[in-house]
Design a protein around this ligand. Structure first.
Ligand code: ARG
Length: 569
């Protein structure tokens, strides 16, 4: 139930204002002791020609005069405010029955039924490390992917690998001169990077290496088997290491389609841009002028005829529209690419494709490490696999200290360590930079993944101690959980579906993470205050029902964020 709407229609006749306007005035007081909703009467003083406290008294008296709707407990005037108290038992019943019925699907909906959404995320580069930025990208994308599916959209996830470019000519040259197949098989991306770096060093002394590299690029473009075979091997080697991460992160793509896939579609795209009269020459290169839109020109063709990054994005977008007829196409990338995206999306729009408006660029800030700005230059890039391993090792040590007899220690350490890193990245708005502090994100007490997981495990432990007869199938007496601590929990459970929707509308998974922390805190306050497995069977039943609902939402919310919820830790 949407109480703000219900209240607006209740208030509308008194206030002589349209419901929509009243809706925007209704507040949620921070302390439920002051009421669950409040309506400030200041705005009515002019039309009603009375002082706000007088208006508040009149509204409260007139509302209480009539029989209240079932969901409303009482209405009280406090100064210029009318405060509304929900009927806590009715509120508990509505919320907890909805969760009992929906189970794992609580908060899911079919608002997206029949609508196609593409989510492109992760998109690391072949023969380069999967860096912390790619980790952020992957987990933000994965969360959006999950959220949109949960809301009933038909989602296709795409990994747009960086598998195209002149660097592959250099890599082939380097491999043939100094590469060892066996060593690269063993060291994977490190091995590829090593010969790549060597290429640049040697080319300083011997510039003809650049010609060799260029010749290999031409051979690749011409479909030369020897060149393509090596290129495919570089892709395989890199994917092997990316897939290890994806496995640990629980990420799977519907489509892994690199930039190179669009190579043979490029000529037609450039031709269309030309036909639209958009292409102009500039210093031998072909560009689309975007001055009218306050942007630098979008580069389409290099002077040597080679295509550029924007051209490949335009080709990919057209191909995706033709393939999927998407209603929405989401791209997750770092904020550094904002201009690039604005430019090529504008070109697509100028080409006359109406679906250009359905492309959404979702960006995110960087990781900040203690040493300062994260660099993507060689040498000081932190390896994501190492970061995950370190988080897991530290978690293992915490478990060893706190709960040495835990079953499945290794698996739980993995779920908690990896979960901590994911939760940490998804705890702030996307655009904000994330401070990387392992110690803090692994704490079982702060606003962290482990804290939410720990609270979930606590619900498992309570429910595990209950007998099946303690929580029978019938509905409990909801009036037995109307204390303030229970109410706080129920309110957060009630709001959860709208939080998911909001997260989708704003492309902000952190709204869910924050809500889960608030729910975990509220549940722990409830747990401190109340004995759940008490002697009174009725009270026990009601409190267990609440506990079960919290378990459902914590587990479901973590799952949307791409995080596991172990039952003991
Ligand atoms: N591979 C690029 C990188 O690692 C990101 C690709 C983003 N996606 C796109 N369609 N341009 O920076």
């Amino acid at each position: 139930m949407d109480y703000k709407h219900l209240l607006s229609s209740l208030l509308s006749p008194f206030a002589q204002l349209p419901e929509s306007e009243i809706l925007s005035f209704i507040e949620s007081p921070p302390d439920p002791a002051m009421g669950h909703f409040a309506f400030p009467c200041f705005r009515l003083a002019k039309t009603l020609k009375k002082a706000p406290p007088v208006i508040a008294l009149e509204i409260a008296a007139q509302t209480m005069d009539k029989p209240l709707p079932e969901w409303l407990g009482k209405v009280v005037a406090t100064g210029p405010y009318v405060n509304f108290f929900l009927d806590t038992a009715a509120f508990a019943r509505e919320t907890l029955e909805a969760i009992r019925q929906a189970g794992d699907r609580y908060g899911a909906s079919d608002e997206g039924a029949g609508r196609k959404v593409l989510v492109e995320y992760s998109s690391p580069n072949i023969a380069k490390h999967f860096n912390p930025g790619h980790f952020a990208n992957t987990m933000i994308g994965k969360a959006l992917d999950n959220i949109f599916r949960y809301l009933g959209y038909s989602v296709t996830s795409i990994n747009h690998l960086g598998d195209f470019g002149t660097q592959f000519g250099k890599l082939i040259t380097a491999y043939q001169l100094w590469g060892s197949r066996e060593e690269i098989e063993r060291t994977e991306i490190d091995g590829l990077l090593k010969i790549y770096v060597r290429f640049h060093e040697e080319a300083e002394k011997n510039p003809s290496l650049n010609d060799t590299a260029r010749a290999w690029v031409v051979r690749m473009q011409d479909g030369d088997e020897e060149a393509l075979e090596l290129w495919r091997w570089f892709v395989d080697i890199s994917m092997r290491s990316f897939n290890r991460l994806y496995d640990r992160l629980g990420v799977r793509f519907d489509l892994i389609r690199g930039e190179s896939y669009y190579t043979d579609k490029m000529t037609a795209v450039v031709e269309t841009i030309r036909q639209k009269g958009l292409l102009v020459e500039s210093d031998g290169a072909q560009i689309v002028d975007l001055e009218d839109y306050g942007m630098p020109p979008c580069l389409i063709l290099r002077s040597d005829g080679g295509t550029l990054y924007p051209t490949r994005d335009i080709a990919a977008a057209i191909d995706r529209y033709e393939t999927f007829k998407f209603d929405k196409s989401i791209y997750v990338t770092a904020t550094e690419q904002i201009l690039h995206f604005a430019q090529w999306i504008k070109v697509v729009e100028l080409m006359g494709f109406p679906w250009a408006k359905d492309i959404t660029h979702v960006t995110y800030g960087m990781y900040l490490f203690e040493s300062g700005r994260m660099s993507t230059r060689k040498g000081d890039v932190l390896n994501v696999e190492d970061l995950l391993n370190e988080a897991v090792a530290k978690t293992r040590a915490i478990i060893e200290e706190k709960n040495p007899n835990l079953a499945d220690k290794e698996a739980v350490a993995e779920q908690v360590g990896v979960g901590a890193l994911i939760f940490n990245r998804l705890y702030n708005g996307r655009i904000k930079d994330t401070m990387f502090n392992l110690q803090q994100m692994l704490s079982f007490e702060g606003e962290t993944g482990p804290y939410v997981q720990y609270t979930h495990a606590r619900t498992c432990s309570v429910l595990g101690k209950a007998k099946p007869s303690d929580i029978p199938d019938a509905a409990p007496q909801y009036s037995l959980i109307s204390d303030p601590e229970s109410f706080d929990v129920i309110r957060l459970l009630h709001d959860y579906p709208s939080v998911i929707k909001d997260a989708a509308d704003k492309y902000e998974p952190f709204l869910i993470s924050r809500h889960l922390v608030a729910l975990a805190q509220a549940f722990n306050a409830f747990y401190q205050k109340n004995v759940i497995l008490t002697d009174d069977a009725q009270v026990k039943h009601a409190r267990l029902t609440l506990t079960k609902a919290v378990q459902t939402v914590l587990r479901g919310g973590l799952a949307l964020l791409g995080i596991s919820a172990p039952c003991a830790m």
